[in-house]
Design a binder for this molecule. Structure first.
Ligand SMILES: Cc1cc2nc3c(=O)[nH]c(=O)nc-3n(C[C@H](O)[C@H](O)[C@H](O)COP(=O)(O)OP(=O)(O)OC[C@H]3O[C@@H](n4cnc5c(N)ncnc54)[C@H](O)[C@@H]3O)c2cc1C
Length: 403
């Protein structure tokens, strides 16, 4: 793994994801599909760290594929291509389901009443006493990034062992991730909870030891709630039992969950757009499409649609990251409700364009503009909803590889 972004013990607050497109291109050029396939499940594997850039549209999936294919041969069978396919699959499902991504697609393993609607303090303060869990929470707060395995471990522990409603877990993780993407995050939580496929994802201490680097303080979990056989974990997952925090005082120093904001925090780098900026604008940039080829930043204004963030708040670190990326590519940013923004943009809609998005409220603001581009996809988006990734992949990979 590229140690510059994923070392779990980096000192607090260091942001290793430079908030610009050049950093995305550099990360892309470092991807080695063979090394990726051999190591991606390990916390120190050669993963790309591209997710914040892909989520926020600083680079698109077709561009990632093109750029990597210029150095390596790529095809349907490549693990890296397959993982990009997961992202497009989740967006395919989101297009069909919209807000229904928050409804469990199937029954959960325990009765619905077993799951509590809020995270307990030992989880938000990283003092569960399970080292793999606490270290991952600290990393999430400090860096805004987690390896896929850590996300699966956290989600599985919270839902199956601590009986936390997967939706509460999904909202919490989304708020702190720099790459928080409503489709990938919400549906991955459903996947771990077992309501997407019908099979809960479970892990144990042995699994952590296999994929974590030896020196990582979260690697050894002997004697904790996750130090169990899979048949025992299955029984707990299907019951109403919450294993609770560990009794032994082995927690690392407790931390406070970083505050969440429904509006840009006061210190965030934000220049508000004014009438003159609007008069020059021909394009509206939003946080999920921050790079538009051949667009002069002098002709772009940014938007922050407050109704969205009221429903999905972000940590100050995520706000700062997004606004640091947004400010240089726009003349200024408009912050307002969906209604207020549509009212400001509507009289100028004929000469304004934007990239469509499925993110609620942003979707409506972009829909009010005269020119709209579909967000670029690498793979086809089938008309019928595929309820499983394998069915989706089977259907699309019958066609020619897109590059
Ligand atoms: C509980 C949970 C929550 C998640 N939340 C998010 C989220 O909010 N945003 C997000 O982008 N991903 C999410 N993922 C998927 C995955 O963990 C991350 O995309 C990946 O870890 C990002 O790191 P990377 O860029 O180094 O990935 P790499 O392994 O280098 O993969 C390259 C790209 O492929 C895509 N990708 C890889 N794996 C997946 C996957 N399983 N599902 C969807 N796309 C994938 C991402 O765009 C990623 O940047 C979540 C997974 C779980 C289990």
């Amino acid at each position: 793994m590229d140690g510059s972004f994923a070392s779990p013990e980096r000192p607090g607050g260091v942001c290793a994801f430079a908030p610009n497109r050049s950093a995305a291109l550099e990360r892309c050029d470092r991807v080695d599909p063979k090394r990726y396939a051999a190591t991606r499940n390990h916390l120190q594997g050669a993963v790309s760290g591209l997710s914040p850039y892909i989520t926020h549209g600083l680079i698109t999936i077709p561009e990632v594929l093109d750029r990597i294919a210029s150095r390596h041969s790529l095809g349907w069978q490549d693990k890296f291509v397959f993982e990009l396919g997961w992202r497009e699959y989740f967006h395919h499902a989101w297009r069909h389901l919209a807000e229904a991504i928050w409804q469990p697609a199937r029954r959960l393993s325990a009765p619905a009443s077993a799951y509590r609607p809020e995270l307990p303090e030992d989880v938000t303060r990283a003092t569960t006493g399970v080292p793999a869990v606490d270290r991952s929470i600290l990393q999430l707060y400090r860096t805004g990034y987690l390896h896929n395995h850590q996300r699966m471990w956290l989600a599985s522990y919270l839902v199956h062992l601590r009986k936390i409603d997967w939706r509460a877990g999904a909202r919490w993780m989304y708020a702190h991730l720099f790459d928080g993407d409503l489709a990938s995050n919400t549906l991955s939580w459903q996947w771990v909870a077992g309501s997407w496929t019908g099979k809960p994802y479970l892990f144990n201490a042995e699994n952590v030891a296999k994929y974590a680097p030896r020196g990582w303080p979260g690697a050894r979990n002997a004697g904790t709630a996750i130090d169990r056989r899979y048949d025992e974990l299955e029984r707990i997952a299907a019951s109403t039992f919450d294993v609770g925090p560990e009794r032994r005082p082995i927690a690392p120093s407790p931390c406070e969950e970083p505050e969440l904001f429904t509006l840009p925090p006061p210190e965030a780098p934000l220049r508000t757009a004014d009438e003159a900026d609007l008069a020059h604008a021909r394009w509206v940039i939003h946080p999920w499409s921050m790079f538009v080829p051949a667009l002069n930043p002098e002709e772009a204004v940014g938007v922050i649609v407050t109704d969205f963030h009221a429903a999905h708040p972000w940590s100050a670190a995520r706000w700062n990251w997004v606004l640091s990326a947004l400010s240089p590519v726009t003349r200024g940013v408009l912050v307002g409700s969906r209604e207020a923004l549509v009212a400001v943009l509507a009289p100028r809609a004929a000469r304004l364009g934007g990239v469509e998005t499925l993110n609620p409220f942003y979707r409506d603001v972009i829909a009010s503009l005269g020119q709209r581009l579909a967000p670029p996809r690498a793979f086809p988006d089938p008309e019928r909803l595929h309820r499983s990734f394998s069915s989706f992949w089977h259907a699309i990979s019958k066609g020619p590889f897109p590059i």
